[in-house]
Design a protein around this ligand. Sequence first.
Ligand code: COA
Length: 160
Amino acid sequence: MRIREAVRADLPVVAGIYEREAREGHATFDVEGRPMDLWQEKLDATGDHFLVAEENGVVMGWASSAVFRPKPAYVHTRETTVYVAPQAQGRGVGRALYEDLLARLGDEGVRVVVAGVALPNPGSLALHAACGFEEVGVMRQVGRKFDRWIDLAWLQKVLE
Ligand SMILES: CC(C)(COP(=O)(O)OP(=O)(O)OC[C@H]1O[C@@H](n2cnc3c(N)ncnc32)[C@H](O)[C@@H]1OP(=O)(O)O)[C@@H](O)C(=O)NCCC(=O)NCCS
């Protein structure tokens, strides 16, 4: 498995993985896929990472970092996210992506990484715990999808 920065040719697969989760899952509060120009915008964003995991030329998942909030004092904080295609889950892809991403962010002087996890999501909670995140709070019922209220757990890791 190889972890690398995404390129334009990866975007259809990346978008497909996300769209499936948007339509069928609750890890994202989007309810449908995002248009390709938004993915291109994300790819073009400077100062942040957009990684893919590839095996034999097949993209199995992706992870990215983004500004947490645009105000200057948040400059050392990033928000991360990760998505792995269903058929590739449970094989260490998410962990490989996240560990690479966290190492890159640490090398660049990022101090804190935060992630919001819509509950329930045992896989995501396990992945974040395995990567050293701690849960810092749960916002109750902030999402509504598939006719139910969804809680959002906030996790954070201080990069030493
Ligand atoms: C959450 C997700 C990214 C995890 O990626 P993955 O490649 O399946 O996870 P990994 O195989 O790397 O496993 C990472 C760790 O979590 C554990 N884990 C993974 N899935 C698990 C599950 N369903 N239940 C319990 N533990 C689980 C693994 O045992 C592993 O721990 P270890 O490294 O200490 O052995 C993936 O399931 C996914 O894309 N889900 C849908 C989208 C999503 O929820 N994204 C997260 C948004 S916050």
